[in-house]
Ligand binder design. Structure first.
Ligand SMILES: [Zn+2]
Length: 410
């Protein structure tokens, strides 16, 4: 058996994410794994025979994670091609209409989904958590160059839809990943069944949470824009049980249902009160922010600094081309940095890497540059006039999709 030779990738900057930036650093790799991360001079002392591959005017970073996308909606991109000023339910109505017109699957949808997955990979994203109602995500998963987690989404608020959904859920093979759409669209008992299944299989349970402000109105009082929307579609049957706590919100609701733990991913999580952030932190639940989609739909901006204060490092997600004109985790970082100047750019970059990997249960393999992790690195161009760690983090977090990294996978 021949051992894979040890190589050192050296760059002006190494950004481990789990520790300080290293100027003139190196990453020693062998057999597809990271062996050591340190100053280049120290690595060369330790491994004098190792080949050194230099990457001047660049930072070596972990690959990015997109913790929330709907690949199957990629062919509906015209929805987000022009600014949108309507209500949240107006957008859903438009989406459903266009999907009815163009079809939910078929060649056009599959080609668009494939193209988006490939573009995301080329931009440095190694992990996609995809949510869909068709087989598009599942079919793409085996050919995706990184890791594609294809979640099948369950919906149904009316009690009469429960039996059919329970039956469908029972017939899912164990390896299938399943998610609940949202508190406003999915019956509480179905959410509990979905979570129980995910928990018993050790799988992640993603759910859209506190995305439109109207979700809290529904949860507190059983009324409002979302209720009227569901009623108009014939799925409101008064089986929804509002919270007794009229100051509560989506997180209280999910907590009451017993859905929050370290393997629950709350997506968007915009309209979340301080007390609810404490609940999330106490349960160890994960959060995924989607600033680009939120901006397009005008749903608001999540309390990022408060999450960080409570020890929650959120993940980042692009959501779909139906609610975001550009799917790029670099752009999500840029938007977050623009909207939240109080947040350290180093933490924003950590969200796009470590936050995503940990949220998806892949923190032992990806998200940081550390010994034992996958050697899945990005070489990101950094102008030579960036001479401090602060400048490098600013560059990474605020440049946006103009940053085009090269991949180093060994
Ligand atoms: Zn979504």
């Amino acid at each position: 058996m021949t051992l894979d030779p040890l190589r050192i990738h050296a760059a002006s900057w190494v950004v481990p994410v789990c520790g300080p930036i290293i100027a003139d650093g190196g990453v020693a790799v062998s057999g597809g794994k990271i062996v050591a991360v340190d100053a280049l001079s120290l690595l060369q002392q330790r491994y004098p025979l190792a080949e050194v591959i230099t990457h001047p005017a660049a930072a070596l970073t972990p690959a990015l994670v997109n913790a929330h996308v709907h690949l199957e909606l990629s062919h509906l991109a015209e929805l987000a091609a022009t600014p949108f000023l309507g209500s949240f339910t107006c957008w859903i109505t438009q989406l459903l209409l266009l999907r009815d017109t163009l079809g939910a699957d078929g060649d056009r949808a599959e080609q668009a989904a494939l193209q988006v997955a490939e573009q995301l990979y080329a931009s440095g994203v190694s992990v996609l958590a995809d949510i869909g109602n068709t087989l598009i995500g599942r079919n793409l998963a085996s050919s995706f160059a990184g890791i594609l987690l294809p979640f099948t989404e369950y919906l149904g608020l009316a009690e009469r839809t429960l039996a059919r959904n329970f039956l469908r859920l029972q017939s899912e093979p164990d390896q299938a990943l399943c998610s609940g759409h949202a508190p406003y669209s999915t019956h509480a008992r179905l959410l509990q069944q979905l979570k129980a299944r995910s928990a018993s299989l050790g799988q992640l349970f993603p759910i859209h949470t506190a995305e439109p402000a109207a979700e809290n109105e529904m949860i507190r009082h059983g009324r409002g824009e979302l209720v009227e929307f569901v009623r108009a579609r014939g799925f409101w049957d008064d089986s929804f049980e509002p919270l007794a706590n009229k100051n509560g919100g989506s997180i209280h609701y999910l907590h009451r249902l017993g859905l929050l733990d370290a393997r629950t991913l709350c997506i968007h999580a915009i309209h979340v009160a301080p007390e609810e952030i404490r609940i999330l932190a106490g349960q160890g639940a994960k959060v995924c922010l989607c600033p680009g989609s939120n901006r397009f739909l005008g749903t608001g901006s999540a309390p990022v600094a408060q999450y960080l204060e409570h020890g929650i490092l959120p993940a980042l997600g692009t959501d779909s081309l139906a609610s975001n004109p550009e799917l790029s985790i670099w752009r999500e970082m840029q938007l977050l940095a623009t909207e939240h100047t109080e947040v350290d750019p180093a933490l924003i970059f950590a969200m796009a890497t470590r936050g995503g990997a940990e949220a998806l249960g892949l923190g032992d393999r990806l998200g940081t540059l550390a010994p034992g992790k996958d050697a899945d690195l990005l070489r990101v161009p950094v102008p030579v006039h960036k001479t401090t760690a602060t400048q490098v983090y600013n560059h990474l977090a605020t440049t946006g999709s103009a940053l085009v990294p090269l991949r180093i996978r060994v």
